[in-house]
Every structure is written in structure tokens, then in C-alpha cells.
Design a binder for this molecule. Structure first.
Ligand code: NDP
Length: 492
């Protein structure tokens, strides 16, 4: 597929339904991580253009807030239809920009983006104010939009992240100014085009471009009322600090180092499959990956043998090929970082029983490929076991008893996800309740149906995406008390 006509080279932003192009602002290249080639050259949005983006959003929002929810919802549903209609083109672009396999991007990224718009369209219709009657008056607790929401995205699931931030913001009657990752900004620009085509009035979804400085300018902007960010804990901490200066409501979807507890009675074939899914989907670049796999010592070799067998059979290759299961990491620097973690684990006594090296894809010699890696003989204090790697690296840890496993699983500053495998559902539920994580899968892995809600405990974040709570997070509540009677003076 020829993508040239899709790529908005030379743009510095998408504001009021159109691309902005300007001479000033630093240029940056958007790369194809599998090919090492440039896909587009964009311009970092200058400060005065960020002001224009926020101002246009504010003006547009005032009108949008007055729209009947039925009409707002209709536009969001149309956006979902257009996403599905454009699935092939959007998926191809997203594959070129992220390096993740095409086999998953259409069915997961594009579909879940569409579902997000449908879900929040439905919630906008179901939303109601609370009212209570008193002898002397009526109290109405009115839900209002916040105003202008800033969205800040990570590079791993760029389209889904942009859609999951835009949908609740717009459904609640807000406008959004979105800054995608500098590495993967293309699909957010296409989403802006698509929303215009769906009938969204100009200014309600503006996109600004560039690196962290552009995000920082947006977060601290006085015209922004709400910040929703997906990214690392370190950036989340900076954003929370910056948002404090102007007291903005802030929602953070941050990193993880999630545990997977295989209990002693687990079906080991099932557990091995879950461990592989939880580590090697999306080239391991998923925040909720269960990268610390806890297995009873007596069953460790059984697990290791099977996960190594499955991981070795995973097909690494051109992400545009349907048969590929492991594409390219986001760039060569990230691949080196992932490899650095593996090397550090080996130096500290772990063994890479498969992978542990760069993958070579003959026709793509410049791609950032890395083989799915299983690290055996891991210990909790290894750097690769404590820190988020964000690549295809599974750390296997053995344990003696369940209490010890739960304690060790919870001994982290992260709290994004966790998983449990057991044949005994009651026991699995009891363990799930003790795990300090916002999402827990029992005999399942990475399932995130629309409406499930997704948000981290502890340093993995604040707030929820993809859930009914998310609409509420994009609203403020105003109490209006209306008196019914002639006022009596209480001073006589
Ligand atoms: P980063 O934290 O590096 O960046 C996230 C976004 O924040 C980028 O758009 C970045 O810009 C921007 N940014 C950087 N500095 C600032 C700042 N001071 N103020 C405002 N914005 C800023 O994360 P990555 O892009 O590397 O993404 C990987 C991380 O995202 C992992 O930790 C992963 O776990 C997490 N993640 C969490 C998810 C969740 O739902 N919990 C889902 C997906 C990923 P730029 O990079 O362009 O400089």
C-alpha cells in the first residue's frame, strides 16, 4: 500500500480541522522502526501555535457543551464507523510507525479505538444529573464538562491511546488538545482528520506535535483544565508536579512490572501459554505485561521448558507480513536498552534460555528486532526484575509457598496489572484479591473488553481509562439549589 498520500509531511499541528504549516519550529523525523527509514518530517509546534490550539479548543468547546447528548453521541458513533472503514489504511500506517505486527494492529488497536468511541457515545446518552427535593427547594447536582482537556500519549499504542483519551473527553462535552509521542504522531493526525470527517466541529480535537517540551507547555497552560497522560512513571511525576501549579485534574496511565502467579495446581500448558502472551504480544511493548512470572520451585523446569519452546517458535519478521508475530521494537536505542537489561540480568546470575540477542531479519537489516527472551534463575533484586523493560523479556522467579509469592509479587512500587493461574477458582480469586494491582486476570491474560476500566495502583497511575468512571473524570459537579418559596428573614 502506498502511504505517501497519508503522511502529512511538513505539518506542525492540526488545528481547527486543518494542518498548520509554518517555517519556525524544530523539524523532526518520524521513523519506520522495521526499515530504519523516515516516514515523514514534521515540525515541533511553536509556543504561540500551542496557544492558538488551546484557544481554538476553548472557543469550540463552549458551543459543543450546549449540543444535545444525542448529537454528540452520533458524531462519536460515526467516528467509530470511519475507523472500521479505514481499518486497513490505519493499520498499515500504525505498523509502519510502531513496528508492531499487522496481525494484531487491525483487530486490536483499530477495533478497540472504534469501540472506545461507541462506548462513550452510549455513556453520554445514559448520563443523568442527580436531583433531590426539599420542602423549600430543589437541589440539582449538575454534571458539566471541564473545558479543555490535554491528552499526552506514549508510543506503543498511539491510535488506541489517542482514541481512548479523545472519546470520554468529547462525550462529556469537552474539547481536547492532544500531543502524541514524538516517535509515533501520525495516527493522531489521521484521527483528527477522521473526526472532522465524522462531523466534529473544528477546534474540538486539535493535535500539537513535538517532544516533552511541547507536552510540558500544554500541561502548564492556563487554558487547559484537565490532563490525561499515558507514559512512564518518571514523566508522570513531572506532569503531576507541573499540573499542581495550576491545580489541574490529572489522570496518569503509567508503567508496570506486573506479576503472574502460577499456583501449584495450575495446568502448566495453559500457564505457559498465558506467560508467553503476557510477555511477547506487541513485542513486549505493553504496559500491562506480566513480566515477573512466579512459579512453584517444584514445577519450574516444566514451565521453563514449555515457554522456551513456544517463545523460540514465535516468528520474528517484517511487521507488515500477516504471518509475523514479533515485529520491530520502537527504535534501535530502545532495542539496545532492552538488550542492556538482559545483559545485566545475565551478569547478575540469570540465564537466557532462549533469545537474549538481536534478531536478524534478512530483508530488513536496519530494523530494531529483538528475539523473545526467557530469563531463568532470576532473583527479585536484579535490575531487570525490578525495573520496567518494555520489551520481549520474561523473568521467571521460583517460590516455595503461596504467601511468599503474593508478598514478593506486591513488593514493587508499581501496581498496574497482575495475573493468576490455578485450576481452583476460589483459590485463584483469593489470591487475586490480595494482589495490589488495578487489573487482575485469572486464567486469562491481557483481556481488556470495552468498559472494563484500566488504571494502575500505587505509582502505576491515577484514574481510569476505558470505564464508566472515565466519563465522570471528565466532568465537574455543580450543585444548583432553587428555592420554591418567598424567603423568610431568619433575623427577626
Ligand atoms: P514517556 O513517559 O517517555 O512519554 C510519554 C509522553 O509524555 C510522550 O508524549 C512524551 O513526549 C511526553 N512527555 C515527556 N516529558 C514530558 C513533560 N515533562 N511534560 C509533558 N509531557 C511529557 O513514555 P513512552 O512514550 O516512552 O512510553 C512508554 C511508557 O508508557 C512505559 O512506561 C509504559 O508502561 C507506559 N504506558 C502505560 C500505559 C498504561 O495504560 N498504563 C499504556 C501504554 C504505555 P516525547 O516522548 O515525544 O518526548
Amino acid at each position: 500500500m502506498d502511504l505517501a498520500d497519508l503522511l502529512p509531511s511538513g505539518s506542525s499541528a492540526h488545528i481547527d480541522g486543518a494542518y498548520a504549516r509554518e517555517a519556525k519550529g524544530a523539524r523532526f523525523e518520524v521513523k519506520d522502526p522495521a526499515r530504519g527509514t523516515a516516514l515523514a518530517t514534521l515540525i515541533s509546534t511553536p509556543a504561540d501555535t500551542i496557544d492558538i490550539a488551546v484557544e481554538s479548543a476553548r472557543k469550540a468547546q463552549a458551543g459543543w457543551a450546549e449540543w444535545p447528548p444525542e448529537e454528540r453521541a452520533a458524531i462519536l458513533r460515526r467516528a467509530a464507523q470511519l475507523l472500521r472503514a479505514r481499518r486497513a489504511r490505519l493499520a498499515a500506517l500504525e505498523v509502519r510507525n510502531t513496528g508492531r505486527p499487522i496481525a494484531e494492529i487491525g483487530p486490536i488497536d483499530v477495533e478497540t479505538a472504534a469501540q472506545g468511541f461507541e462506548f462513550f457515545a452510549a455513556l453520554a446518552l445514559a448520563d443523568e444529573h442527580r436531583a433531590r427535593d426539599y420542602p423549600t427547594g430543589t437541589l440539582v447536582m449538575r454534571r458539566e464538562p471541564l473545558g479543555v482537556c490535554a491528552g499526552i500519549g506514549a508510543w506503543n499504542y498511539p491510535l488506541q491511546i489517542a482514541a481512548w483519551k479523545a472519546a470520554p473527553a468529547l462525550a462529556a462535552g469537552n474539547a481536547m488538545v492532544f500531543k502524541p509521542s514524538e516517535k509515533t504522531p501520525l495516527s493522531a493526525l489521521l484521527l483528527a482528520e477522521l473526526l472532522s470527517e465524522a462531523g466534529l466541529p473544528p477546534g474540538l480535537f486539535n493535535v500539537v506535535l513535538g517532544a516533552g517540551d511541547v507536552g510540558a507547555a500544554l500541561v502548564s497552560h492556563h487554558g487547559v483544565d484537565h490532563v490525561a497522560m499515558t507514559g512512564s512513571v518518571a514523566t508522570g511525576q513531572k506532569i503531576l508536579g507541573a499540573a499542581a501549579a495550576t491545580v489541574k485534574i490529572t489522570s496518569l496511565e503509567l508503567g508496570g512490572k506486573s506479576p503472574f502467579l502460577i499456583l501449584e495446581d495450575a495446568d502448566m500448558e495453559q500457564a505457559a501459554r498465558l506467560a508467553v502472551i503476557g510477555n511477547f504480544m506487541s513485542c513486549g511493548e505493553i504496559c500491562g505485561n506480566t513480566t515477573r512470572v512466579f512459579v512453584p520451585r517444584a514445577r519450574e523446569s516444566e514451565l521453563l521448558e514449555r515457554v522456551a519452546e513456544i517463545a523460540t517458535a514465535i516468528r520474528t519478521g517484517d511487521p507488515l507480513t500477516e504471518a509475523t508475530q514479533n515485529g520491530a521494537l520502537i527504535d534501535l536505542a530502545h532495542r539496545d536498552k532492552v538488550h542492556g537489561y538482559v545483559q545485566s540480568a545475565v551478569q547478575e546470575g540469570a540465564e537466557a534460555i532462549c533469545g537474549g540477542i538481536y534478531a536478524e531479519v534478512k530483508e530488513l537489516p536496519h530494523g530494531a528486532f529483538y528475539l523473545p527472551t526467557v530469563l531463568a534463575r532470576c532473583r527479585d533484586n536484579m535490575r531487570a526484575v525490578r525495573e520496567e523493560i518494555f520489551g520481549p523479556v520474561m523473568a521467571v522467579l521460583s517460590y516455595e509457598d503461596e504467601d511468599e509469592a503474593v508478598t514478593r509479587a506486591n513488593a514493587t512500587e508499581f501496581g498496574l496489572c497482575a495475573a493468576v493461574a490455578s485450576r481452583d477458582h476460589g483459590r485463584a480469586q483469593r489470591v487475586a484479591r490480595r494482589l495490589e494491582a488495578g487489573t487482575v486476570w485469572v486464567n486469562a491474560m491481557l483481556d481488556l473488553p470495552v468498559g472494563m476500566g484500566y488504571g494502575g495502583f500505587k505509582q502505576s497511575g491515577i484514574g481510569y481509562e476505558n470505564g464508566v468512571e472515565t466519563l465522570r473524570d471528565h466532568q465537574r459537579v455543580k450543585g444548583i439549589y432553587t428555592g420554591l418559596n418567598t424567603v423568610e428573614l431568619p433575623f427577626t
